[in-house]
Ligand binder design. Sequence first.
Ligand SMILES: *[C@@H]1O[C@H](CO)[C@@H](O)[C@H](O)[C@H]1NC(C)=O
Length: 367
Amino acid sequence: MMLSKPLSFFLIIQSASAAVNLRSLQSNADESLATTMMMFRSWADTHDKEYTTEEEAMDRLKIWMENHERMEAHNNQVPKPSFTLGHNEFSDMTNDEFQQRFRLGIYSNTEAQMAKKQAQKLVNSDAASASKMARHLEEINPLDLPEQVNWVALGGVTPVKNQGACGSCWAFSTTGALEGAKFVHTGELVSLSEQNLLDCDHTDMGCSGGLMDNAFKFDEKTGGLCSEEDYPYKAKQGRVCLTNCTDVPGTIVSTFYDVPPGNTQTLMAALSMQPISVAVQANQFVFQFYKTGVLTDDSCGKAGDLDHGVLAAGYGTDSETGEPYFLIKNSWGDKWGENGYIRMSRKSKNQYGMCALLKMASYPEVV
Ligand SMILES: *[C@@H]1O[C@H](CO)[C@@H](O)[C@H](O)[C@H]1NC(C)=O
């Protein structure tokens, strides 16, 4: 039974109060339960959450409160951390559930392991052999690089999109890089169709994941993508590949390059030319609930298990903290992070940088 929202929330709050008393699910000391409940309710309204049963609502409330406490514990640290965490549409998901939903990133399928092997196979054979390593980037003198690059401010990045409950991050990362490449090439910004890739690029796996290099190769073979407007996003793979739209001029991939991995300056050099497709490990708590500031937690991406494709849109230095960062556009809507973006530190002890963002960067050239 689907309870109407006002009623269900009334019931939830009634029963949750009782349950909380019984099970001492208190949040931290200076925050009354009533306040927490109100916050939960207002969060649920903001994110249009509806739970089918009261039991589910109770379970979600508990998870929400646990996440809330963990975020508060992070935010209240002394000295103040360089980044804050905050609520978003994932606040009622455990980290496991979050990983289930987004493991469908670059490397996954219904069985994570199987998919990983499959993706590795793709990397090793198909896409990798077709892409070139952009070695010249390594030769650029750091002193020749601009202090900061911001393709958003330059007008080369479309508004933040939302992939929804579909592991199509790879398609968003691909369109972002193509939109940027076309902008650099023609001075025009046109939002491009992820659905075009989901429905038509069968080397990749639709909502079950894919790789940006595969998608560049698909575009190189088939010659361009349609616009977002002509081929709108559905958050699921269509049964057929529609061919009744016209490819946007200037979106044909002529070639694409892999950025040599593990080097901060090399990615900066690539970014000085255009926006770049990158992959990150997005399954950590700090990434799930990132809100503002520069992410400086090396536990993000230590393992280098890439599971999410995003778009690097520039780099700079935070004026308040002096922390150098990469500016990353995500595809989880504009309520996540800093209006849909995350700034990730350029300093990291990890071999492949913060959340492993230096591990699998690539970019296309278009005609
Ligand atoms: C293409 O065809 C589909 C399905 O018939 C239709 O819904 C869509 O509006 C068409 N798109 C264009 C750009 O004509």
